[in-house]
Design a binder for this molecule. Structure first.
Ligand SMILES: Cc1ncc(COP(=O)(O)O)c(C=O)c1O
Length: 383
């Protein structure tokens, strides 16, 4: 039987059994609406507030600063749309390599004439140019800054603390999309001058369709979704009870096992870099793969091949699940906006491989051997 290898963990991760077990009672016997005042409701309300406390403690913030959402996209929309509307900020600074949940939201506000949008320059390795950021911050009155902590396609990491300090110097509001780093790095939000960060549980072995936003208590904004008084009037709608329970459990596990998993996954990434460099002449890495980079993501730029457009498909046929960011193709697919913005060679196929605690070295060996076949690299003869 053909092997199936999952190297697309930046897209989503497998749900942990421990997480599922924590969720199960809230799918079955504890089903009360958390807004109901009777015992059934009080029991599920307690579970939600318990989850909020768990998360707040891990991030060193107050539970009143955590609001549950449907995931990372909604949290980004809330932070961006409501800060700009309610705090009457008319200048936003972002980068051309943000996730569409940020990029498209800001573009939309720009098209509606609600903001002037400035893009910070990127350095050759894809990192944000902090000098240019400071220039932009000083160029107008109060700005809204949205810069992601780790890029989901190339893995480049933003120095959150330094950017937070820069924003504070210019009294800017700082939002960082932390979807790819939450649960992968310990974050002490008291120590970071960031006003908004977000989370999607499915990126660290939690359930899909649930996440949260941290809103610093100094930020007074109104809801994006109007309705009932849930989430202390910040987000109407019956809570995703079992999702929230699963999210808190997944984050707890992520923090509990973080050191061990960081070490394992970084080892896998370094191993794949070495194997690829040793096996496929001309291979390079997009972004700062060997520098300040998220340990779960490796974006590989392969040599020219006539099969560039079929590359991911051929990997899939070989049983390997990875993700695009690939060569420009005809039709509506114009290739990755991230790779284009960092000046990657768009005529060569690029693939994002992303790892989890479940990824094993022999899966990398198998993947590299299939890649060698695809590039027709011959084994070196034994001396
Ligand atoms: C950096 C980043 N932001 C936001 C999102 C959107 O999260 P969700 O799909 O949970 O709404 C993703 C998901 O891929 C992401 O990688």
């Amino acid at each position: 039987m053909q092997r199936k290898i999952y190297l697309d963990n930046a897209a989503t991760t497998a749900l942990d059994r421990e997480v599922l077990e924590a969720m199960m009672p809230y799918m079955t016997e504890h089903f009360g609406n958390p807004s109901s005042i009777h015992g059934f409701g009080r029991q599920t309300r307690a579970a939600i507030e318990g989850a909020r406390k768990t998360i707040a403690k891990l991030l060193n913030v107050s539970p009143s600063e955590i609001f549950f959402t449907s995931g990372g996209t909604e949290a980004n929309n809330l932070a961006i749309q409501k800060t700009i509307a309610d705090l009457r900020i008319t200048h936003a600074i972002s980068s051309p390599i943000e996730h569409h949940a940020v990029g498209h939201t800001l573009e939309h506000l720009g098209h509606e004439g609600k903001i002037k949008l400035s893009y910070v320059k990127l350095k050759k390795d894809g990192h944000v140019d902090l000098e240019d950021l400071e220039r932009l911050l000083g160029s107008t009155e109060r700005s809204f800054v949205s810069l992601m902590h780790a890029n989901n396609e190339i893995g480049n990491l933003l120095p959150l603390k330094r950017v937070g300090e820069l924003c504070a110097k210019y009294d800017a509001v700082f939002h960082s999309d932390t979807v790819q780093t939450m649960g992968h790095y310990a974050m002490d939000l008291k120590d970071l001058k960031v006003h908004f960060v977000n989370c999607a549980a499915h990126k660290f072995h939690g359930p899909k369709g649930v996440g949260f936003i941290y809103i610093n208590s100094a930020m007074k904004i109104s809801p994006l979704i109007h309705g009932g008084s849930q989430e202390r009037n910040m987000r109407g709608g019956t809570e995703n009870l079992y999702g929230i329970v699963g999210l808190a459990k997944a984050l707890e596990i992520a923090y509990r096992d973080m050191k061990e998993h960081q070490q394992h996954i970084q080892g896998i990434k370094t191993y794949m870099i070495e194997q690829l460099e040793n096996s496929i002449p001309g291979v390079i890495f997009n972004g700062d793969a060997k520098g300040s980079s998220l340990y779960t993501v490796l974006n590989v730029c392969f040599p020219h091949t006539p099969q560039a457009e079929m590359f991911l498909f051929n990997l899939d046929i070989a049983g390997i699940a990875a993700s695009g960011g690939s060569a420009c193709t005809s039709g509506s697919n114009v290739g990755s906006h991230v790779l284009r913005a960092i000046g990657a060679d768009m005529t060569r196929p690029s693939v994002r491989f992303s790892f989890s605690k479940h990824t094993a070295k022999d899966e990398i060996d198998y993947t590299v051997s299939k890649l060698k076949d695809m590039f027709k690299v011959k084994e070196k003869a034994n001396p």
